[in-house]
Design a protein around this ligand. Structure first.
Ligand code: NDP
Ligand code: MG
Length: 390
């Protein structure tokens, strides 16, 4: 029986993975090693009991008594704190889903790679902050990374690995998020509640706001570069309001292969779970006749400056990805807390990047986790001080 672990089980991606595992037969079909969460320990315990997990871990030490109480009598181990999450990730499992939000997902993912495991990667932040390190660890330990971000799963499924030289461009699509059709002058006054609703995808709040600002797409451009090794000038972003085409690989012979599907993350998660096979999944079939038309337009970089920052970061290399990711997380915290406006996020990130670029060693790719975390800490301080000054 295959064994699985889910890091970030209580989140939006984690819930979709849980749904797939339960539909497949739950503990009768998979042996669950570790499930992790943070604040929502009641749900974590419920999932751990349903899947008969070996261990359940919350990121928050103060939540451990509650988790223990919820697991009482189940025989399931309980633990807490970031180190306990990393330890749980290091336990052998055939397949591990990395679905923690933010840079906190990087250390446990590194543990999976160090043990040569298969890492189904939803946590794009790992590749943005530490692409070189993550890909290097995978290679050195013969670990496998399978993309779970829908666009990257789509590229993975569309790309024929043997002919990367024949790839002219890779296009990832963006719905345009909550504010696609808003007049520009209204964006500065956009509220957190307005930014937290997505036209097509049901996702966690942070990535939903990142979709409205296009920072999500900016992270995905960097993720495309790091994971597939595609040059920045061959990566394109296309606004596609219906979110049916997720990505397209265009070849030098004039043909393109696109990947289509209903906007349901269970496709990409299930594809990674069953890879290299394909199995039936509970994803609604596409009905193009009912949809009638698919539309596209080029993104406007005044509305969405994050896309320009993604290109700058790829060209800068070194620690720029770690800085962009952490500065973006800080700016998002500041927006959610009401300290800065929606349109202040990109300038705060850009200024943090400019300031960090004057620091020694900025041009070198971080060689270990500790160095990534140092840049991460610096970037958060730089971005926060900008918010304070604003
Ligand atoms: P959610 O916010 O819904 O869930 C995040 C998960 O991480 C929860 O289990 C949460 O626990 C846990 N968590 C939060 N903070 C920490 C922490 N500091 N340490 C450890 N665990 C923590 O996020 P999503 O599911 O939306 O996204 C997860 C990842 O997948 C992100 O990297 C995102 O970019 C990526 N992704 C998401 C997509 C989506 O459709 N949602 C699509 C493509 C990629 P708790 O809830 O118990 O507090
Ligand atoms: Mg995506």
């Amino acid at each position: 029986m295959r064994s699985v672990s889910v890091l970030g089980a209580t989140g939006s991606i984690g819930e979709s993975a849980f749904d797939l595992l339960m539909r497949a037969g739950g503990p009768g079909a998979y042996r669950t090693v570790a499930l992790t969460g943070a604040a929502n320990v009641a749900r974590l315990a419920q999932m751990a009991i349903a899947l008969r997990a070996e261990i359940a871990v919350t990121a928050l030490p103060e939540k451990l008594p509650e988790l223990r109480a919820a697991l009482a009598g189940s025989g399931i181990e309980a633990a807490a704190g970031p180190e306990a999450i990393a330890e749980a990730a290091s336990r052998p499992a055939d397949w591990t889903l990395s679905a923690i939000i933010g840079a906190a997902g990087l250390p446990p993912g590194v543990e999976v790679l160090k043990r040569g495991g298969t890492l189904a990667l939803a946590n794009k932040e790992s590749l943005v902050a530490a692409g070189r390190l993550v890909m290097g660890l995978a290679q050195a330990n013969r670990a496998t990374i399978l993309p779970v971000d829908s666009e990257h799963s789509a590229i993975f499924q569309s790309l024929q690995a043997e002919n990367l030289e024949c790839v002219e461009a890779v296009t990832i699509t963006a719905s345009g998020g909550a504010f696609r059709d808003w007049p520009l002058e209204r964006l500065a006054r956009a509220t957190v509640a307005e930014a937290s609703s997505h036209p097509n995808w049901a996702m966690g709040q942070r990535i939903t706001i990142d979709s409205a600002s296009m920072f999500n797409k900016a992270l995905e451009v960097i993720e495309t570069h790091e994971f597939f090794g595609i040059d920045v000038n061959r990566i394109r972003v296309l606004v596609h309001p219906q979110s049916i085409i997720h990505a397209m690989v265009s070849h030098r012979d004039g043909g393109s292969i696109a990947h289509l599907g209903a906007p349901d993350m269970r496709h990409a998660i299930g594809y990674a779970l069953n890879w290299p096979q394909r199995q039936p999944l509970p994803v609604p079939a596409l009905d193009l006749a009912a949809l009638g038309s698919l539309t596209f337009f080029a993104p406007d970089e005044i509305r969405w400056p994050a896309l320009r920052l993604a290109r700058d970061v790829i060209l800068a290399g070194g620690a720029a990805g770690a800085v962009l990711n952490a500065a973006k997380e800080q700016a998002l915290d500041d927006f959610i807390a009401g300290r800065i406006g929606f349109m202040d996020m990109a300038p705060a990130v850009e200024r943090a990047l400019t300031d960090a670029s004057r620091e020694e060693g900025f041009g070198q790719s971080p060689a270990d986790l500790a160095t990534v975390l140092e840049w991460d800490g610096l970037a958060r301080r730089l971005a926060a001080s900008k918010a304070g000054a604003a």
